[in-house]
Design a protein around this ligand. Structure first.
Ligand code: ATP
Ligand code: BTN
Length: 256
């Protein structure tokens, strides 16, 4: 069970995930959160780069030491974290994001948040897990390679009544919300208690998507998730399960 947090903030780090890993190796206990004003080497999935320019966005990572957890349950933590970020954006700012399975929150077709969960084994067991969350808050512009698919809290609020996000407030709300969802998840080590809520916010549910895996790329209809947080799709009348890993799920007309 996740109880207390210990928060640390740095002006600039390479990657908050890497800072947590270093502390995990130095025997730090579960609950340490490291946040930074800027990352010089922010990481996305599959070796991709995550842009976290100075003081515009949130870069925050948590150290977990789940006891007796099975290796299979680790990818589900990303799915749980996505629920927490969605919930925080909605509660604080009324932003009604969707979850692009497995690790992105999207608003109006653009990505506002990415999540990277990493872990290390010791003696064949899960030694620690890092949950890293990046949220665009004040960003007004993005590098041209991602401008078509990236948005921020302030850009989204400007479309309605205006206003601004607050990085500190949002970071706290995200981790409060994460604690609530994670403690439900950890009881069963799966999505039994969370699946219904998750599916309400699943982007592309019932719609055609393109599954882009290394070995093949094909169209399917997104159905929902199973209790392990894996995506269920339908191809030619048959259900298939998509596991996290080197797979991207895209809308057939673009990023979402
Ligand atoms: P998929 O999960 O379907 O592969 P994706 O292209 O968003 O989607 P991810 O691995 O989830 O891939 O995220 C990493 C990508 O996010 C980067 O390759 C880059 O295109 C994009 N990206 C990097 N920084 C940001 C940012 N601050 N905001 C939005 N998107 C970003
Ligand atoms: C993705 O969309 O591929 C995941 C992006 C994850 C970015 C966050 S920012 C905080 C933490 N530190 C990192 O280097 N990455 C994660």
């Amino acid at each position: 069970m996740l109880k207390d947090y210990c928060f640390e903030y740095y002006e600039s780090v390479d990657s908050t995930n890497d800072r947590i890993k270093a502390r995990a190796h130095a025997d730090e206990v579960q609950g340490l959160v490291i946040s930074a004003g800027q990352q010089t080497a922010g990481k996305g999935r599959i070796g991709r780069k995550w842009e976290s320019p100075s003081h515009d966005s949130i870069a925050t990572s948590l150290l977990l030491r789940p006891e007796e957890i099975s290796l299979d349950a680790i990818p589900t933590i990303t799915v749980v974290a996505a629920m927490a970020v969605r919930d925080a954006l909605y509660c604080l700012y009324g932003l009604d994001g969707q979850i692009k399975w497995p690790n992105d929150i999207v608003l109006d077709g653009k990505k506002i948040c990415g999540i990277l969960t990493e872990m290390e084994l010791k003696d064949g067991k899960v030694w620690y897990v890092v949950v890293g969350i990046g949220v665009n808050v004040h960003n007004k512009n993005f590098p041209k390679e991602i401008a078509f698919k990236a948005t921020s809290v302030d850009l989204e609020l400007a479309k309605s009544e205006g206003g601004q996000g607050h990085r500190n407030e949002l970071t706290n709300e995200i981790w409060n919300s994460f604690k609530k969802y994670y403690n439900i998840f950890i009881e069963t080590q799966d999505m039994t208690g969370l699946k219904e809520e998750y599916e309400k916010h699943l982007a592309n549910r019932g719609n055609r998507v393109r599954i882009e895996a290394q070995e093949a790329s094909y169209e399917a209809t997104a159905i929902g998730i199973n209790n392990r947080g894996e995506l269920i799709v339908e191809v030619d009348g048959e259900e298939r399960i998509i596991r996290t890993g080197e797979v991207s799920v895209r809308g057939i007309y673009g990023y979402i």
